[in-house]
Design a protein around this ligand. Sequence first.
Ligand SMILES: *Cc1c(COP(=O)(O)O)cnc(C)c1O
Length: 471
Amino acid sequence: MNYLSTRGHPDRKRFCEILLEGLAPDGGLYLPETYPQVDTATLAKWRALPYAELAFEILSLYIDDILPADLKAICAKTYTAEVFGTDEIVPLRELEDGVYLEALSNGPTLAFKDMAMQLLGNLFEYELARRGSELNILGATSGDTGSAAEYAMRGKKGVRVFMTSPDGRMSPFQQAQMFSLQDANIHNIAITGVFDDCQDIVKAVSNDLGFKRKYRIGTVNSINWARLLAQVVYYFAGYFQATASNDKPVSFTVPSGNFGNVCAGHVARMMGLPIQTLVVATNENDVLDEFFRTGVYRVRAAVDTHETSSPSMDISKASNFERFVFDLVGRDSARLRQLFVDDLGLQGSFDLSADPAFKQAAGRFGFRSGRSTHADRLATIRDTEKRFATLIDPHTADGLKAAREQITPGVPMVVLETALPIKFAATLVEALGEEPARPKKFEGIEALPKRVVKLPADAEAVKAYIAENCD
Ligand SMILES: *Cc1c(COP(=O)(O)O)cnc(C)c1O
């Protein structure tokens, strides 16, 4: 399997070459040259497989430069009941007639990002050992991504994590999750500033090519192809649990921010998994909902990006969206560059409303969208507690609301549960007047000793800290 860049760079790469990379050299995103097709006989075989073996089968179609036995061992070591809480790994439960929740949030940090990041940690360790090389991951987080990365990379050989976060702005639970890690290869850096300052620092350090090369700086952001690929697996696992045979369509609703999660659904659908509809659920930051309703993709300025009660979906642009638009315009790189380089670069938006391709978003590609507000989230959380005695987190609530607006009778609707409610306790308290129960392993974590350094919002200070801690 070869990988290409959405922006038309002539080079083709293998999986392990792009594993440790971010963007392609021309600024595009990597995609496989073709989507492997899965027929009914294969689906029938896969239906009976445990999650780790299903993951191995799917990953094998995209990875041909890791020995099969090694890849199998990596999958087996990643997707265990010990790490993810159940043998099913992503158990499905019916909420009401035809509406299901697929639990993706029972990994170490209680959000779905563990599903991909845990695999990434093992893949990184494997590939770095093979190369005899090291990697220093530099990141910025306001919550879920940073903790998922740290729990995936802790104790891994050849990897260090330097994770910046805005000082005092994460929830006490999120801070405790990250700062209580005592592993020598995990470095928490609290920046006196806001999340944008952290992101600017990461950009500034990455743009210093000399420093980047000398200290082998890398990232684990959501455009990483291996992360997206890992997420394809749970669409198959969800499909098998929601149906009794492989001729039935299923729809999925996905609480979305950077479009990584739902893009994995798009890939599963392109492979031939019988997905009828992919519903993109957004909060008040509705860049994506606007596109699927109107054909206009309009990136928001920082001042127009709202701080909401589903904060992991507070985005101004969706970094994986380019992958889907590439398929939408028939994989025409020149057209893609016109949209993402010329139009977005010059005017901050592009308009496909008059392009025949736009109709295909809903047609051939099965996309729908929905939007919700803080009031909707509270109402959905309350209603779900009252009628089904089930607590959901605010992001999953955004999903459930959008899902109900797109149901086709007779087609199961699977809502992806992207986090557990305890991560967003303040909103749960606002909705229900009480704190959600906390999993046992997290009891009292706020009182644990914290391992964190405080630095000013200054890239030079962060560089000096990295240099000091790299021997
Ligand atoms: C990251 C995240 C999302 C958004 O996922 P994308 O892949 O960026 O679309 C939604 N909910 C939660 C809880 C998250 O952590």
